[in-house]
Design a protein around this ligand. Structure first.
Ligand code: FE2
Length: 524
C-alpha cells in the first residue's frame, strides 16, 4: 500500500485541459463552464443529482473529441481552426453551418485556381454529412468509454452519449428531442455557448443571443432565466479558473482514486491523447512501459518510478494544441508550425501544474522529454546538468519507441534498427548512455555493457543520498525516513563506499551531478 489518494476531479481537469487544446477552445473553457453551470444550477434550484451530472458533463463533454480526428482533418484540413469557427454557433442553422464549412474548404484549398477551388468546395460539401455524422457518434461513444475508465456512474456516462443533441431535435447524431435530451446535456450546452458568446461579444450581447435562441437549441424556460440574469451569472468568471475552485464545487462526497484507479485514469488519458492519429495509438503506453522498466532497472526509488510511468503516459498531452493536419502531412513543417510543435512540451508541463502534489515532479519530466544532454533538444534547450536520471530515461524511451512507430514521412524501424538509432544518439552525445542501455534492456535488446544503476546504490540508499545532499543531518534523515540513526549511518557508509567518497560534500556533489537533487529543493 502506498497511500496514494488523488481526487478524481484532478483527472477530469487534465482531460478538460486536453480537450480544450484539441478543440481550440479558450484556456480553461471547460472549467469556466463548470463554474457557470454550478451557478445556473443554484439559480434554477437543481437537485444534488442534477448538479453532479452537470459538474462532470462540463469537464468531460469533449473528451471523445479525438476520435476519428484524422477523418475530420482529411476532409476539412485544420480541424482546430474548424472547431474554433464552430464555437458558439447555432448548429441547427444550416446556412451558418454551411458558411463555416465553406470557410474551412477555402482555407484548405487556398492555392487552387478559382474554378478548381469552387469544384473542391462543392465536392467537400457533398461529403460533409457522411463524414461528420459517424465522427460525432464516435465522439459520444469514446467519451462514455473514457468515463467508464474513470469509474463514473452509468447515470453520468449517459449524458456523455448525448453531447451534441439539442432540445429542438436539430442536434446530432440522433436528433433526440425535448426531455429525451438529458437535463445535464441541456444545461452544459447552454453554459458553454454562454461562455463562447460572452468571450466573443460580452455578457449583454450574449444574453440577447441566448434569449433569441430560447425556443431552439435550449430549453426555453432555462434560456430565459439565464438570459435575464446573464451579467450576474458571468461576473468574475475570468480567463482562468484555479484547481481549488473546481475541487470545492464537486458535489458531496468528493471522489478520490487509489493508486490502481489512478493508474487506470492515466492510461485512459494516454489513450485519449494517442487516439487522434492512427500512427500514435498506443504510443504513450509503450513509452510508459519502457520508462517504468528502465527506471526500476536503474535502481530509482519507487516514487520516482511511479512519477516516471505516469509522466510517460501523459508526456504528449501538449501535442493536442497542434492540428492533426500538421502532424499527418508528409512534408516539412513551416517555421511557425515547428515552433508550435516544439511548444507541446511546455503545454504538457502547464497541464500538470495544477495537478495536486503529484503534478509538479511529473510536469518537470514532461517539460524535458525532448531535451538532450548536449542542449540540442527542445524547447528550452537545456543540457545534461538539468536532466535527472528519470528525465534521461523518459527521453531515451520516447526516442526508441517513436523510432519503432510509423510516421507519415517514414516507415517504422525494426527493433534492431531503432536500437541502433538510439545508440547513435548516445555516441553523438544527445542521449544518456545509462538511460539508453536500461531502455534497450527492457526492450529485450542484449546489453552492450552492464548498466550502471547509480553506482549500484539501492533505492533506499538513493533516498538517503538525496536527503543528505539536500543538507539534512544523519539524524534528520533518519527521522524523515522513519529508520534508526544506526541504520542511517550504515546506509551512509555504504553509499560512500560505492561512489568512492569519504565526505558528505563529495557525496552531495555526486548527487547533484546525477541530477538527484536541485538547488533549493528538499526531496520529500
Ligand atoms: Fe513529445
Amino acid at each position: 500500500m502506498t497511500g496514494i489518494s488523488i481526487r478524481r476531479a484532478d483527472f477530469m481537469m487534465l482531460l478538460a485541459y486536453a480537450s480544450d487544446l484539441a478543440t481550440g477552445h479558450s484556456r480553461d473553457f471547460a472549467l469556466r463552464s463548470c463554474v457557470l453551470a454550478m451557478r445556473i444550477a443554484d439559480l434554477a434550484g437543481l437537485s444534488e443529482g442534477e448538479r453532479r451530472n452537470a459538474y462532470h458533463q462540463s469537464m468531460l463533454r469533449y473528451v471523445g473529441c479525438n476520435a476519428d480526428t484524422d477523418l475530420l482533418s482529411g476532409l476539412f484540413g485544420d480541424e482546430i481552426a474548424l472547431r474554433q469557427d464552430l464555437v458558439g454557433l447555432d448548429m441547427g442553422n444550416r446556412a451558418e453551418l454551411g458558411r463555416v464549412f465553406v470557410q474551412a474548404f477555402k482555407r484548405l484549398y487556398y492555392d487552387l485556381e478559382p474554378t478548381a477551388q469552387q469544384q473542391a468546395i462543392e465536392a467537400g460539401l457533398a461529403q460533409a454529412a457522411a463524414v461528420v455524422r459517424p465522427v460525432l457518434t464516435a465522439h459520444c461513444e469514446v467519451a462514455q468509454r473514457i468515463g467508464e475508465r474513470l469509474g463514473l456512474s452509468e447515470e453520468i456516462r449517459r449524458n456523455l452519449g448525448q453531447i451534441y443533441e439539442r432540445f429542438d431535435g436539430k442536434g446530432l447524431p440522433r436528433g433526440l428531442r425535448g426531455d429525451v435530451v438529458l437535463p445535464a446535456v441541456r444545461l452544459i450546452t447552454l453554459a458553454q455557448d454562454m461562455i463562447a458568446l460572452s468571450d466573443a461579444a460580452g455578457a449583454e450581447a450574449m444574453a440577447d443571443v441566448i434569449a433569441a435562441r430560447a425556443d431552439g437549441p435550449y430549453e426555453a424556460d432555462l434560456a430565459r432565466l439565464v438570459s435575464a440574469n446573464a451579467v450576474g451569472l458571468m461576473e468574475g468568471i475570468g480567463a482562468t479558473v484555479d484547481r481549488e475552485t473546481i475541487l470545492r464545487l464537486e458535489p458531496d462526497p468528493p471522489v478520490t482514486l487509489d493508486e490502481a484507479a489512478s493508474d487506470e485514469a492515466f492510461l485512459a488519458i494516454a489513450d485519449m491523447i494517442d487516439m487522434r492519429m492512427p500512427f500514435t495509438r498506443g504510443h504513450s503506453r509503450a513509452v510508459a512501459e519502457l520508462a517504468e522498466g528502465a527506471g526500476r532497472q536503474s535502481g530509482l526509488p519507487e516514487t520516482d518510478v511511479r512519477a516516471l510511468r505516469w509522466s510517460a503516459l501523459v508526456h504528449d498531452i501538449g501535442e493536442l494544441v497542434v492540428p492533426v493536419s500538421t502532424w499527418m502531412r508528409n512534408g516539412p513543417l513551416s517555421v511557425r508550425e515547428r515552433d508550435a510543435a516544439h511548444l507541446h512540451a511546455y503545454y504538457g508541463e502547464r497541464a500538470l501544474a495544477s495537478f495536486g502534489g503529484e503534478g509538479e515532479p511529473m510536469g518537470a519530466l514532461v517539460l524535458r522529454h525532448h531535451e538532450r544532454l548536449d542542449g540540442s533538444g527542445y524547447h528550452r534547450k537545456v543540457n545534461g546538468a538539468d536532466l535527472s536520471p528519470a528525465a534521461r530515461i523518459l527521453a531515451a524511451a520516447e526516442m526508441f519507441e517513436t523510432a519503432r512507430e510509423e510516421r507519415p514521412h517514414r516507415k517504422a524501424l525494426s527493433v534492431d534498427a531503432a536500437a541502433a538509432h538510439l545508440r547513435t544518439a548516445v555516441r553523438e552525445g544527445c542521449i544518456c548512455p545509462d538511460a539508453a542501455e536500461a531502455v534497450l534492456t527492457v526492450a529485450g535488446q542484449p546489453s552492450r555493457r552492464a548498466p550502471r544503476p547509480l553506482a549500484g546504490l539501492s533505492p533506499r540508499e538513493i533516498e538517503v543520498l538525496r536527503l543528505i545532499a539536500a543538507g539534512l543531518t544523519a539524524k534528520e534523515t533518519a527521522r524523515r525516513l522513519d529508520i534508526s540513526p544506526k541504520t542511517t549511518d550504515h546506509h551512509i557508509q555504504s553509499i560512500y563506499g560505492k561512489i568512492g567518497v569519504t565526505t558528505r560534500a563529495a557525496a552531495a556533489l555526486y548527487a547533484v551531478e546525477r541530477g538527484l537533487v536541485r538547488a533549493g529543493e528538499t526531496p520529500t
